[in-house]
Design a protein around this ligand. Structure first.
Ligand code: C2E
Ligand code: CA
Ligand code: CA
Ligand code: CA
Length: 279
C-alpha cells in the first residue's frame, strides 16, 4: 500500500510538472508575441433583443503563435496575468479595439459600442485611468461608446480603490459591464455599490435554461433586478432559438452568441453590418 501511495504521488507530481512546463512554454512565447504582431482581435456582435439590430461588439483577443499555433485566451490570459504581461497586452487590446471602432464609426456613421475585457492586473495599475483616457483621446472614440468588461474578481482586490477608479471612469461617460455575472462571489448587497451600467449573465445559465428551472428563475430575477437598478442586462453564449425566445420573454436587453455570430476578425465586421435585422 505504501508503494502504491508513492506511485500515485509520482504521477501527480509529473502531471503538475507538465502543467508547469506548459505554462513556462506559453510565457516564453508570450514575451515575444507582442513585438512580433502575433495578436489579433476578433469581434462578436451584441444584438438589441427588441429591434434585432447590432448595438455593438465585444473585442476578443486571438493569438496565433508561429511555434504553438492558435492558443486560446483561456490558456494564456492567466499566464499573461501572472507574468504581468497582461498590462502591455491589455493596453494593445484597448487601443486596437478603440481604433477599429472609431474607424467603423467613420465609415458607417453609426456609433456602435465596443466592449473590452479588462484584467484586474490592469486595473491595479496606478495609471489605469490615464491609459484609458489617453487611448480615447488618441483614437478619437467617444467615451460613451467604450464599455469595460470587468469580473467580480476585481473587487476581491481592494474594493474601495476599484470602486473609486470605476466611478471616475463612469463620470467620464465610459460604460462598465459586470461580466460572467452569477458565477463569482456576487453578493446582491454590494451590487448597488458598484458604478456599473451593464450586467452580463454568464453563459452557464443560458446553457442550462432548457433543463434547469433554477437557471430560468435566475435569469428572470436578474433581468428584473438589473432593470430596477437602472442597468442593462446582456445574455452571452446564446446558441439556440429557444434561448433567444426565453430571453425575449424575460425582458433581457441584449444577446450575444453563436446563434447570431461567432467572433469574427475585423475584416469580417462589414459583412455582419450588412444584415438588416438579426430577428
Ligand atoms: P468572456 O469574456 O466571457 O468571453 C466570452 C467567451 O465566450 C469568448 O471566448 C467567446 O468567443 C465565447 N462565446 C461567445 N458566444 C458563444 C456561444 O454562443 N457559444 C460558445 N460555446 N462560446 C461563445 P474566448 O474568445 O475564447 O475568450 C475566453 C475568455 O478569455 C473570455 O471570456 C475572457 O475572459 C478572456 N479574454 C478574451 N479576450 C480577452 C482580452 O482581450 N483581455 C482579457 N483580459 N481577457 C480576454
Ligand atoms: Ca467578456
Ligand atoms: Ca463573459
Ligand atoms: Ca466567461
Amino acid at each position: 500500500a505504501k508503494e502504491e501511495g508513492k506511485g500515485r504521488y509520482a504521477v501527480y507530481d509529473k502531471s503538475m510538472h507538465k502543467a508547469f512546463n506548459e505554462r513556462m512554454n506559453i510565457e516564453k512565447h508570450l514575451r515575444s508575441a507582442m513585438k512580433n504582431n502575433e495578436f489579433e482581435l476578433h469581434y462578436q456582435p451584441q444584438v438589441d433583443i427588441r429591434t434585432g439590430l447590432i448595438s455593438g461588439f465585444e473585442a476578443l483577443i486571438r493569438w496565433n503563435s508561429p511555434v504553438l499555433g492558435f492558443v486560446s485566451p483561456l490558456d494564456f490570459i492567466k499566464v499573461a496575468e501572472d507574468s504581468r504581461l497582461i498590462i502591455y497586452i491589455g493596453e494593445w487590446v484597448l487601443r486596437e479595439a478603440c481604433r477599429f471602432t472609431k474607424d467603423v464609426h467613420d465609415r458607417v456613421g453609426i456609433p456602435y459600442k465596443i466592449s473590452v475585457n479588462i484584467s484586474v492586473i490592469q486595473m491595479l495599475q496606478d495609471d489605469f485611468i490615464d491609459v484609458v483616457l489617453n487611448t480615447l483621446q488618441e483614437t478619437g472614440l467617444q467615451p460613451e461608446c467604450l464599455e469595460l468588461e470587468i469580473t467580480e474578481s476585481i473587487f476581491m482586490e481592494s474594493f474601495e480603490s476599484m470602486v473609486t477608479k470605476l466611478e471616475y471612469l463612469k463620470s467620464c461617460g465610459i460604460l462598465i459591464a459586470l461580466d460572467d455575472f452569477g458565477t463569482g462571489y456576487s453578493s446582491l448587497s454590494y451590487l448597488q455599490q458598484l458604478p456599473i451600467s451593464t450586467l452580463k449573465i454568464d453563459k452557464a445559465f443560458i446553457d442550462s435554461l432548457s433543463d434547469s428551472t433554477y437557471s430560468q428563475s435566475f435569469v428572470q430575477i436578474i433581468v428584473q433586478l438589473g432593470h430596477k437598478m437602472g442597468l442593462e442586462v446582456v445574455a452571452e453564449g446564446i446558441e439556440e432559438e429557444a434561448q433567444l425566445a426565453f430571453l425575449k420573454d424575460s425582458g433581457c436587453d441584449k444577446v450575444q452568441g453563436y446563434l447570431i455570430s461567432r467572433p469574427v476578425p475585423g475584416r469580417g465586421v462589414g459583412k455582419l453590418l450588412e444584415v438588416e435585422r438579426y430577428f
